[in-house]
Design a protein around this ligand. Structure first.
Ligand SMILES: [Zn+2]
Length: 296
């Protein structure tokens, strides 16, 4: 999958470096205290503090925050298959903290890194029986699942997050996920690693999907943290950003500012603050720009 990841490096003004926004979780302590306040930076900061970005229609359909559900299909042209690899055929990707159910499970090495970082920390707390039961599914695989399991249990091809390459079904080899320590641990800690429980029990009316204690979606920090803190699923979170226009939060040593911009064709947006940035579409009508400033 094509990732929209850019860094904005302002050495003279800010004095901090070009580092691994996507992968570096070292600034995140186990018991992160999340502080959040909604602000409207666009009105309070002068333009000279920020920078401008060229945006285009295609940017709406790329990134980690794409909403995929029955109303919003996987965008045309997105091809995560290029990156996904069979886990069983790449045993170097698998280590002792988890298993893989069979040789059909595919995941991008990039998602695998995220997952490994998470379960490694779980192992330190004695939670070690994770079992990956599904990762990336191409449309053929999804269609077959839809045919054999039916509409109650599977989504049609092109409407499943698994086709996006950002979701994983994670079980426990010891018990059903709803009762297993693995399910409990992920429910409470996965947000620290950028994952969210996508279809919680209390949000079936919003998601339109039954409770799935095994289905985790990667959205990245700080989005997973804000969603956890505010008890929002992705549908609600993207609406929340649209409504607020900008949200700021501090996780560990890192301060994040998140901005929503509507996109209509090619134009320039003015982001009111500087920092390393990342941009993702919402698969609806705009883009989300996330700025990280690290105190460390
Ligand atoms: Zn799933």
């Amino acid at each position: 999958m094509k990732k929209w990841f850019f860094c904005f490096f302002v050495l003279l003004l800010l004095g901090y470096g070009f580092n691994k926004f996507k992968t570096d979780m070292s600034g995140l302590p186990n018991e992160s205290k999340l502080r959040m306040e909604s602000t409207n930076m666009a009105e309070t900061n002068s333009q000279t503090d920020g920078f401008t970005l060229e945006v285009s229609q295609e940017m709406i359909f790329q990134g980690d925050l794409l909403l995929v559900n029955k109303d919003h299909p996987v965008p045309d042209g997105l091809n995560p298959e290029m990156e996904a690899v069979s886990l069983v055929r790449n045993p170097e990707l698998i280590d002792g903290f988890f298993g893989v159910i069979d040789n059909t499970v595919e995941l991008s090495p990039w998602m695998m890194d995220k997952f490994r970082a998470m379960v490694k920390d779980a192992a330190e707390e004695g939670v070690v029986h994770f079992l990956i039961t599904s990762g990336y599914r191409n449309e053929v695989k999804q269609e077959e699942l839809y045919r054999t399991k039916g509409a109650e249990l599977a989504l049609p091809a092109g409407y499943s997050e698994h086709n996006l390459g950002l979701s994983m079904d994670i079980g426990s080899s010891q018990a059903q996920m709803s009762h297993a320590p693995e399910g409990e641990w992920l429910k409470n800690h996965s947000w620290k690693y950028g994952f969210v429980l996508r279809y919680p029990e209390d949000k079936t009316a919003v998601t339109g999907i039954q409770f799935e204690p095994w289905h985790f979606r990667y959205v990245g920090l700080p989005h997973s943290a804000i969603m956890w803190e505010k008890n929002l699923v992705l549908e609600e979170y993207l609406d929340f950003l649209k409504e607020q226009k900008s949200v700021s939060t501090t996780i560990g040593e890192d301060n994040y500012q998140v901005f929503y911009y509507q996109v209509t064709g090619n134009h320039t947006i003015a982001v009111p603050v500087q920092g390393e940035y990342e941009i993702s579409g919402n698969n609806q009508d705009g883009v989300i720009v996330t700025i990280r400033k690290s105190a460390g």
